[in-house]
Design a protein around this ligand. Structure first.
Ligand code: GLN
Length: 192
């Protein structure tokens, strides 16, 4: 399978390493010519304002939005979740707005910028979760499935072809969240 990883800013290398370790081919998406025949798309963590600006400047915005709206499985982690979200409660910026949720950026404040947890994710238990200046999901619309909560806060959702996750599943040794996403990609490519 060919998995496109947005590679304009942020921790795309860590995603690429995990995707390759799980036997898939990585396509680095750096400009609008990189987007042919993908089975999945990853929007990595980083800085959502910078990523959103670069995607537009590089002419990638409409192409990526069309892919997502066309049903390509997409995994947005941390800043990537912010890019997907319909509403951002504490930011004026809006990006793809394809995921019907509201997020709050940097929701854990400066004091608790980064931390780890081990929590349930869908039917998986004890999933290792690394949070880095993470957003949380403060509201979800109809048909959004909640996959994980940490301290009652929603940190992972799934809506049709889209997954939005506050934490970083590409860091650490636990590959199960990435495998969950790659199964969605496999089902999508079988249906094509
Ligand atoms: N705080 C970043 C933002 O709001 C997201 C942090 C991350 O991706 N690790 O864009």
């Amino acid at each position: 399978m060919r998995i496109g990883v947005l590679a304009v800013q942020g921790d795309f290398i860590e995603h690429e390493k995990m995707v390759e370790k799980l036997g898939c081919q990585v396509v680095e998406l750096r400009n609008k010519n990189d987007m042919g025949s993908l089975d999945g798309l990853i929007l990595p963590g980083g800085e959502s304002t910078v990523q959103g600006k670069l995607i537009k400047e590089l002419g990638m915005f409409d192409l990526l939005k069309d892919l997502i709206e066309g049903g390509l499985p997409v995994l947005g982690t941390c800043a990537g979740l912010i890019l997907l979200s319909r509403n951002i409660s504490n930011d004026e910026a809006r990006h793809f707005q394809t995921l019907p949720v509201t997020v709050e950026r940097n929701a854990y404040g400066r004091q608790l910028g980064s931390f780890m947890s081990a929590s349930a994710f869908g039917s998986l238990s004890d999933v290792e979760m690394t949070f880095i200046r993470a957003p949380v999901i403060t509201a979800v619309e109809k048909d959004v499935k909640i996959l994980a909560r940490v301290d009652e806060k929603i940190v992972a959702v799934e809506y049709k072809n889209q997954m939005g996750i506050s934490f970083h599943p590409e860091l650490g040794e636990d590959t199960r969240v990435m495998e969950y996403f790659l199964r969605k990609c496999r089902n999508f490519s079988k249906g094509q």
